[in-house]
Design a protein around this ligand. Structure first.
Ligand code: ADP
Length: 268
């Protein structure tokens, strides 16, 4: 693996499911160190499939995905798990584990077969719990926590992996506004201070515009537009992608964009 190569790069990917037409067609993108990339698009556009391709769960039929310059298809699952951490939409805890134990599970790809926690593992887990504001919940059972707190535990477990790349797969879908804002503040700090690469599937355009450095907009399995927020998140492009009229405003104080879908009757 080359440390000069981009952390993750997809080149002319065609991918999908056996017996179906490809769900991704000619998708090329690059994830940069210290950048937050949002993946946007309507239902069925290919966002989940793209996440599966970028994390090696689906192999491209054509094209390639390179992890630090090495073909993902030729990289062991264990190596991928060390480099890429995925935070799902909802946290499923099969047994009644405590917060500290769940965060420690993030160390598994870096421990030997016996999964013995070293002094270093314990120190790192303690540090990650500080960063994610979980110290006061360390001995609580995860099942007893609120949805927002459970999501923080999932992020902490992912960060305990010390990944280069963090994938958020609709992780804010079930969170209220306060927890959504808190999650993005936490992730942005990791991106800024530690050079983490973050790629997030988001549904909320405002959330994307406020947090993303780069945006990839998918439609019908193809990239309709990619680039910074101002390039991609325009009235015309979003209307084309989502098939709705929307109002795009610009906050004059900081230049951030905001989006309001228009009622259909307003256009007729
Ligand atoms: P999104 O995440 O943007 O909603 P998906 O990646 O889930 O989109 O889906 C993209 C396309 O792939 C859709 O046409 C969908 O029907 C198809 N698809 C998704 N999962 C499967 C599957 N397991 N088997 C067959 N087709 C699938």
């Amino acid at each position: 693996m080359s440390s000069n190569a981009p952390p993750l790069e997809a080149a002319s990917v065609i991918a999908g499911y056996p017996g179906h037409r490809p769900a991704l067609i000619d998708v090329s993108l690059r994830l940069d160190r210290g950048a937050f990339t949002a993946i946007l698009g309507p239902n069925g556009a290919g966002k989940s499939t793209l996440v599966k391709v970028l994390t090696g769960l689906i192999r491209p039929e054509k094209g390639s995905v390179l992890l630090f310059g090495q073909d993902l298809a030729a990289t062991s699952r264990r190596e991928v798990a060390r480099r890429i951490a995925v935070v799902p939409q909802a946290v499923h805890v099969a047994f009644d584990f405590r917060v500290r134990e769940v965060v420690m599970m993030g160390r598994a790809p870096r421990q030997g077969a016996m999964l013995v926690a070293s002094e270093q593992d314990r120190a790192l887990v303690a540090q990650v719990m500080e960063r994610t504001d979980l110290v006061h919940l360390a001995e609580r059972h995860v099942r007893e926590l609120s949805g927002g707190e459970q999501m923080r535990v999932a992020i902490a477990r992912a960060l305990a992996q010390q990944p280069d790349i963090l994938v958020l797969d609709e992780s804010t879908a079930h969170l209220d506004l306060r927890h959504t804002v808190a999650l993005h503040a936490l992730v942005r700090r990791e991106v800024r201070e530690r050079g983490l690469v973050c790629v997030a599937v988001l549904h909320d355009l405002n959330e994307a515009a406020q947090n993303a450095d780069h945006v990839v907009l998918l439609q019908n399995g193809r990239i309709l537009s990619k680039g910074d927020v101002a390039t991609v998140m325009t009235y015309r492009t979003l209307r084309e992608a989502f098939g709705v009229e929307l109002y795009v405003g610009v906050n004059e104080l900081d230049g951030t964009r905001y989006f309001v879908p228009m009622r259909e009757s307003a256009n007729t």
